[in-house]
Ligand binder design. Sequence first.
Ligand code: KIV
Ligand code: ZN
Length: 388
Amino acid sequence: MTDKLIIFDTTLRDGEQSPGASMTKDEKVRIARQLERLRVDVIEAGFAASSDGDFAAINAIAQVIKDSTVCSLARANEKDIGRAADALKGANSKRIHTFIATSPLHMEKKLRMTPDQVFEQAKAAVRFARNHTNDIEFSPEDGYRSEVDFLCRVLEAVIKEGATTINVPDTVGYAVPELYGNFIKTLRERIPNSDKAIWSVHCHNDLGMGVANSLAGVKIGGARQIECTINGLGERAGNTSLEEVVMAIKTRKDYFDLSVGIDTTQIVPASKMVSQITGFVVQPNKAVVGANAFAHASGIHQDGVLKARDTYEIMRAEDVGWAANKIVLGKLSGRNAFKQRLQELGIELESEAEMNDAFSRFKTLADQKAEIFDEDITAIVGNNAEEA
Ligand code: KIV
Ligand code: ZN
């Protein structure tokens, strides 16, 4: 049986940690509704204890979202967990996500706590969170740079306390795919009760490997939840992109053999909404959601795609929410693409000679500007007709 991969979206929490990406309550609710249309399994709506505004946004989202689980982040203490639980009141399905750092560097320099203190606090936090919901996620922050023995000790204990999801963050984007995948695998093999929890990956993109690391965590490590954001929004260089991991899992089902519940036709609308609300422009060559992701400019590619789309397309633009793929007419375009555009514009040229003439005018113009638009073609053909 094909396993299900849980898609945990953290655009509204980790994504909002992008400098300059802060969102109002109403904007967060709009995005949450779009995430529900996208059918993400879990929406991390915010960090309730971080501000009254975030508390209110999580609470508003908890009231309107019916099909996705709504989650709040909380540090591993009773005050934060209490705030998260209060913010989530009224949710159809809710999760508390509690975390504490476990790497030697973070414990010593940031938390100024001993490993034993961290161990006790992690256990107590999960135990306390269980008073509010059965759906508890625990994250050892900076997990990937933690010592394996200590990490195993902490994770085994929090699973005993009732954590149902164990998320292993690569908080600073330091991992490389094979090592991260094997890290998850080792933890799952060494922790005796590891099968009592769902394992999750949370990868930052500091070295541009967030998506690759997440997929390795799934393939090599056996994780069954990916944490990700729309457009890869997030702290510093961002998080794993939802659109990229989802389309990788779908397009390479032959390799991953996993199912995701996402309605992929809602991906581009979600990307545009997040970009418009945050003001973060999506780079044109961004996979899946960039303006050029399904645009063909070279004559050879255009000719191939017009004959059979699979020649240069591994996914369909329409399947991810674009209206269609794009043949961009310019200096690299060939006669076939030009002819096709004439046809789409309803222009019929009488003779081969007329076509030759129009095509040669098109090439001359294309050498002078980056893209030839439909109005340019109409003008070219108009000139052609006048002179004929
Ligand atoms: O990157 C990180 O470690 C986090 C945790 C809070 C899960 O975002
Ligand atoms: Zn993070």
